[in-house]
Design a protein around this ligand. Structure first.
Ligand SMILES: [Zn+2]
Length: 172
């Protein structure tokens, strides 16, 4: 059993958090140690995965400026290329530090991309760009939107899955 920080409060259920490499258990006042340990055991895989992510993230944190620079150079260039290939026009591209959103598209046709994306494989970056470019046509996630994505990138599902499974590694 790893060390953990216990925070008791007027809550009804147990909750688990891994923050900066620390395991935090939030619990109601009257819960036995055994219940907490069972709870931790049950979520062992999740905890280990989270801790691994944290470790990897810490290694990369001193390289943030380097990644930002790289993203500012690569992403707008690639967006322009993919947009031109698909006859799409957009307004302004911004490289953000967003943690939970890889990209977004505004109603004014501005595109935002998180610099963290630069750590992903090229095809995954392409997928996010194509996803946002498709929002220039469909501002939703309707079936027609996904058809549009698939038209530009037939194997997009592989990359979408990759991002879901590995995305946590890029959050500092
Ligand atoms: Zn979307």
């Amino acid at each position: 059993m790893q060390n953990y920080k216990l925070i008791k409060s007027f809550r009804k259920t147990l909750a688990l958090q891994v923050k900066n490499g620390e395991i935090i258990v939030k619990s109601p006042f009257f819960v036995t140690k055994k219940t907490i340990h069972n709870f931790l055991e049950k979520h062992q895989n999740w905890i280990v995965k989270k801790l691994q992510n944290t470790r990897k993230s810490i290694i990369d944190s001193d390289k943030i400026e380097f990644y930002k620079e790289k993203a500012r150079k690569y992403i707008p260039w690639r967006v322009a290329e993919l947009a031109e290939k698909n006859w799409l026009t957009y307004n302004v591209i911004k490289i953000t530090s967003a943690r939970t959103r890889w990209g977004s598209c505004t109603s004014k046709k501005n595109l935002n991309f998180s610099f963290r994306l630069i750590l992903a494989p090229k095809e995954v970056i392409d997928y996010v760009i194509i996803h946002e470019l498709s929002h220039l046509i469909h501002m939703n996630h309707s079936r027609r939107f996904w058809t549009q994505v698939a038209e530009m990138m037939p194997d997009y599902k592989v990359h979408e899955k990759w991002l879901k499974e590995n995305g946590d590694f890029f959050v500092y």
